[in-house]
Design a protein around this ligand. Structure first.
Ligand SMILES: Cc1cc2nc3c(=O)[nH]c(=O)nc-3n(C[C@H](O)[C@H](O)[C@H](O)COP(=O)(O)OP(=O)(O)OC[C@H]3O[C@@H](n4cnc5c(N)ncnc54)[C@H](O)[C@@H]3O)c2cc1C
Length: 469
């Protein structure tokens, strides 16, 4: 097994730089593998991972015994273990699962039992009075709830970025703008055909998210699942609205969706969403007026004072759902190929755990690598509200985006850093520039000037539009 980091013959090719691909790249690199991550977009996190609710789930409601349940539990534990070393934020909110009807109230004990089966022992039943004591702005008709103390809010973008950054700092390679078109396995090595030419690796890991089934078809000639994207639309309220809640407010989940959540974001806003809408389109996450009206209405039913608050932005994401409830993880015998598909609604939480599982699966048919003597721990620049920000530090060269207090130094570092951004979407996710109240109205011209030397023609347009991700 090659561990020569100067070699261009990779041990592992990970297709897709979503949160799952980034975590897998980190895991294999820290085990000593020579890893290449291949991503078709100009930047990482361009698929399902660009727009989620940002909750670090405990997995309390996952089907007991499922792959998802074990990956979420392991991912949650690993995030807590490493987040400080990588500079990743954690908002220790806890969650309340709230029953609004008698039939929902009757389901609470069953859900708490399931939580305990999933190893989430610290759930506790709360009466209507206790629930209102914890959340005084909650509508009066809340019947009861249970608290899940270890459900947290995280930064959905700096987490995967931090995983990949650590992979790169320890020898991994990323190829962006590099769509995988096909490939073949000669019994020993894969040769992947990409728009940038051939890439050779001993093992391929398919982490292509919304395209997982298509990549399976192209490379192995068959697939065991089909992706049916499930759209989720969100409303983001202005920062003052975040004072209305302390916990993540969860509804009683059903078999299809976790339902409409209300929670603070790591950036200090308040989030209401998502919807759950099945569609065939794998790209288009169009917003609808009907969904926005319904979300506003539901938000105000739960927190009546929301009616007095303004909306900052709206956005939507696509979950890589399949016909199966559980994750679709398959090692293809004799092919040196592992599919990591159908990571639908919990991938942000499970990613580090899923990566560990994939490494275990790999070990069943491959050899162990030789871990590097020293492991580097690069730190991600913080963009979360409740941690020190660059605008508070000396030498930041002034603020460019005044809504989100993004400094010139932060933008320059994002454009020049080890995983330099190459699209305006990437810049937003890395720094939050243009993501605030004015949606880029004031800073777009300055950003266009700053990014112009770095972006190619396709990525050079800096535009403001509500809901851009
Ligand atoms: C509305 C919504 C709410 C959610 N809320 C939460 C939450 O609160 N907590 C949580 O834990 N999870 C949540 N999730 C789930 C989580 O976001 C997903 O599980 C996760 O993003 C899936 O990541 P992935 O890496 O599998 O896929 P993706 O992010 O889609 O990554 C796949 C990558 O592969 C690339 N790719 C595809 N085809 C090719 C090719 N041919 N060549 C090269 N590259 C290719 C794509 O461009 C993409 O970047 C939510 C999801 C949604 C949509």
């Amino acid at each position: 097994m090659s561990t020569d980091h100067r070699s261009s013959q990779f041990d592992i090719a990970v297709i897709g730089a979503g949160v799952i691909g980034c975590a897998i790249a980190r895991q294999f690199t820290l085990e000593g593998a020579r890893v290449v991550v291949i991503e078709k977009a100009p930047d990482i996190l361009d698929g399902a991972s660009k727009a989620n609710s940002a909750i670090l789930h405990t997995g309390f409601d996952a089907p007991p015994g499922s792959i998802e349940a074990s990956c979420v539990a392991a991912g949650h534990a690993e995030y807590l273990k490493i987040h400080e070393r990588l500079g990743l934020p954690l908002i220790k909110s806890g969650a309340l699962v709230i029953a609004w009807t008698e039939s929902e109230e009757q389901r609470l004990p069953m859900l708490m039992e399931r939580a305990r089966e999933n190893g989430v022992e610290d759930v506790q039943l709360l009466s209507a009075g206790q629930t209102h004591e914890l959340e005084p702005e909650l509508a009066e008709h809340a019947k009861a709830s249970f608290i899940v103390p270890r459900e947290y809010v995280i930064d959905p973008w700096s987490a995967p970025y931090g995983y990949l950054l650590q992979g790169l700092a320890n020898g991994a390679v990323i190829k962006r703008n590099c769509e995988v078109k096909g490939g073949c396995f000669d019994g020993v090595r894969w040769k992947l055909d990409t728009v940038q030419g051939q890439i050779s690796a001993t093992t391929v890991i398919n982490a292509a998210g919304l395209y997982g089934d298509i990549i399976d078809q192209k490379l192995t000639g068959s697939t065991r699942f089909s992706i049916k994207p499930r759209k989720g639309q969100f409303i983001v309220y202005d920062k003052p609205a975040s004072a209305l809640v302390k916990h993540i407010l969860l509804p009683v989940p059903n078999d299809v969706t976790k339902g409409v959540v209300i929670c603070r974001t790591a950036y200090g806003n308040l989030l209401v969403g998502p919807t759950a809408e099945a569609q065939d389109d794998r790209v288009n996450a169009a917003l609808s007026e009907t969904a926005m009206t319904a979300l506003r209405q539901r938000g105000e039913e739960i927190l009546p004072a929301l009616a007095d608050h303004d909306v900052t932005a709206v956005y939507a994401g696509l979950r890589p759902a399949t016909e199966f409830k559980d994750y679709q993880i398959h090692a293809h015998e004799g092919l040196n190929y592992i599919t990591v598909g159908g990571i639908r609604s919990t991938g942000l939480s499970s990613a580090l755990g899923t990566a560990k599982l994939i490494y275990q699966r790999y070990l069943e048919s491959g050899e162990a690598f030789q871990p590097p003597a020293t492991i580097h721990w690069p730190k991600v620049s913080n963009i979360a509200e409740n941690y020190p920000r660059d605008w508070q530090c000396e030498g930041n060269q002034g603020i460019v985006c005044h809504c989100e207090l993004v400094t010139r130094r932060e933008i320059t570092e994002a454009l020049e850093g080890p995983l330099a951004v190459r699209s305006i979407g990437g810049l937003k996710r890395r720094t939050r520039a243009t993501m605030g109240r004015c949606q880029g109205f004031y800073c777009s011209a300055e950003l266009a000037k700053m990014t112009q030397p770095y972006f190619d023609a396709a990525g050079s347009t800096v535009r403001s539009h509500v809901g851009a991700n």
